[in-house]
Design a protein around this ligand. Structure first.
Ligand code: FDP
Length: 356
């Protein structure tokens, strides 16, 4: 037995030495092909986000053994949703890694009603970080995968009221976006508008190491990922799509309860994720600035597509910071298929109105 273990350790040792250990910060600089101050800034920001990811991953890995790490806080957030202790912890982690960094002037997250300013950073750091600290919080207490989503934007103007009104712009304005998936391994996937790249946290090094460069989402995939429990609350077009995949061979349902996990699968294997509007929530559940737009930026960079059902998701301009949008995202052909059901229902509706 000891012999086999030694052989495995030897093999693992050689495997890791054979790898070209590209770290995240080096990768950002290589991507930008520059060492100027904005390239250095972006690289440093990504490094801080990675640090937040490590701190959150460490907490998650032990949360079940710690007093007071899991469960609800007893409060609700700006959206009226019950806040979990891990949501608060992760929100604070993102703030704390950017304190005194000179990098990010303000942070906005779904856990905070208004943007959080770090005044000492503002004279030099004109960037804003928008983030969902823990995506898929319902998975936290049962030890299933969760994620963090992030987006970096440039601050425009002085925002005198400190409400972040300049952030109410379309998704093309994002400089970078990505997510961290806390699963069997911790994976960071990001794009600065030059393809999509994945890094895996090597816990023995405490570093995110490049695992895949220039990821391309398959043009079509078999997965459809949606909470079918909401079927009776959807518009007819969404039910048409669901009936279609039930009746055609080659589709399979996967829904993890955490958007980041579902998107990660779809990025690698193809398919479509949907969170349509419901009767109770006509704009769906997902927040545009912290969830949908960053993931749309990433998926489009990988050759996929994202739509609200009415327009390309990245074109959508919000009117409020915590705005929600329906989301249809994934492989190009799958998204087109869903959109075709929406267009068909719209056409029928117009015809019906014209006749009556
Ligand atoms: P959660 O509220 O648990 O944080 O971000 C919203 C989100 O999770 C997504 O991660 C997830 O895909 C979705 O909501 C799950 O919502 P439903 O339970 O309504 O399906």
């Amino acid at each position: 037995m000891t012999g086999i273990m030694n052989q495995i350790q030897d093999w693992e040792h050689h495997q890791s030495l054979d790898r070209d250990c590209t770290t995240l910060s080096r990768h950002v600089l290589e991507q930008l092909q520059s060492f100027d101050s904005s390239a250095q800034d972006l690289s440093a920001i990504m490094n801080r986000i990675a640090l937040a990811g490590k701190l959150i991953a460490r907490r998650l890995s032990r949360a079940g053994l710690m007093e007071g790490a899991l469960g609800f806080t007893g409060t609700t957030n700006v959206q009226g949703e019950a806040v979990k202790r891990m949501d608060l912890f992760a929100n604070e982690v993102f703030i704390s890694v950017f304190q005194k960094s000179g990098l990010v002037c303000r942070l906005a997250s779904e856990e905070m009603e208004e943007p959080y300013y770090i005044p000492e950073n503002c004279p030099i750091g004109r960037y804003s970080l928008l983030y969902d600290p823990i995506d898929g919080s319902s998975n936290v207490d049962v030890n299933l995968n969760v994620g963090s989503i992030f987006s970096i934007r440039q601050q425009e103007g002085d925002d005198p009221e400190q409400t972040g009104s300049d952030l109410l712009q379309d998704g093309h304005k994002q400089l970078a976006a990505g997510y961290i998936l806390y699963g069997p391994s911790t994976v960071l996937v990001y794009s600065i508008g030059q393809g999509v790249h994945a890094f895996i946290l090597d816990p023995s090094l405490g570093e995110f190491i490049l695992s895949a460069e220039n990821l391309k989402i398959p043009e079509h995939g078999s997965v459809y990922s949606v909470n079918e429990g909401n079927f009776w609350q959807w518009e007819e077009s969404m039910r048409d799509f669901t009936r279609y995949v039930h009746r055609h061979e080659g589709y399979t349902a996967r829904y993890s309860g955490a958007l980041v996990g579902d998107i990660h699968r779809i990025l690698y294997q193809g398919g479509v994720f949907l969170y349509p509007g419901t009767v109770k929530q006509p704009s769906g559940k997902l927040r545009l600035l912290y969830e949908s737009a960053p993931l749309a930026f990433l998926i489009e960079q990988a050759g996929g597509k994202a739509s609200t059902g009415v327009m390309p998701l990245l074109d959508y301009v919000p009117t409020e910071l915590h705005q929600r949008t329906p989301l249809i995202i994934g492989s190009r052909k799958n998204v087109d298929l869903v959109d075709s059901f929406i267009q068909e229902r719209t056409r029928l509706e117009l015809e019906r109105k014209a006749v009556s």
